[in-house]
Design a protein around this ligand. Sequence first.
Ligand code: ZN
Length: 342
Amino acid sequence: MKLDFLQKQTSRRDILRGSVTLAGSAFLAHLFPATLLHASAAGYAPQSPSLADLLASMRAKFNAVPMETQKLADNVTMFDGPGGAVAVLNGPDGKFVVDTFVAPAWPRLKDALDALGNAPVQYVIDTHWHFDHTDNNAHLHAAGATVLAHENTKKRMSEPHDLPVLYRGPDGALAGLHFDPSPVEALPQQTFTDSYKLQANGETLALQHVAPAHTDSDIYVHFEKANVISMGDLFFNGMYPYIDSGTGGKITGMISAADKILSLADDDTKIVAGHGPLGNKADLTKARDMLITSRDRVEKLKSGGKSALEALAEKPFADLDAVWGNGIVNGDQWIQIVYLTL
Ligand SMILES: [Zn+2]
């Protein structure tokens, strides 16, 4: 168990220079005794003014990823890179854009959309409230688009949120991540509670809310004719997912959502993951099975009376980490996320 990073004092410059990874809201309080948290107060400072810089550094880190364009069907294109994946239905009725990347990627997103043709963006669909999916809502709305999302996306974006972030810099440190309420021009103009259908360009987009999974605001978007399903962060392809317990995330919901999509998909379905490469039914099946294994193992430890810290010490995912632990969330963080979202 690597806890040495907790006790090291790291300068703010080092914090900003290093990589940032998310972990479940409030897990710090569950995982680490108060004395240990106090001992590491220099690294964990949720009230610090540097939090805005930390969020900026996360945006910059996501933005550093190159953007790749991949055609998924005649009129459906995926842009993959700066903070996830964007899927676009394009045609004479206009563009319909699912998710929006992080704010600094706006010039590249705009150029990529313009390169598809002159039709205006009619709709922007947010798969959930997180910044790396909604950051460019305001830009696209200013260009004439209607932003459409589940009602909880608007609710969550309208509230302040403090999400603890497990940060590991070169020397390691812990810091929190604060979100102010989004400005009104960034909020969805149109919301729905359960499902919604859009028909355009000879395609039907079926939007479906799922029970709390990655957050309580998740939807997936099924491009029915093109046989493409955009899952947002209900699917991290090839890596442990982040689950946001601070806004209602549940691992059981992640499993149910994967099962639901698997029931809709065939062997030719292209499945757009919130993070990771374009996936298919086999990839999603592997991710679903990993979620089930993770849930079962941590549930056993938790129901046996182990604390999150004790569960971590058991190394329940030692056989999974090499495959799944090299993305946004590492193996130690994943144990804590599962523990908190059971
Ligand atoms: Zn997310």
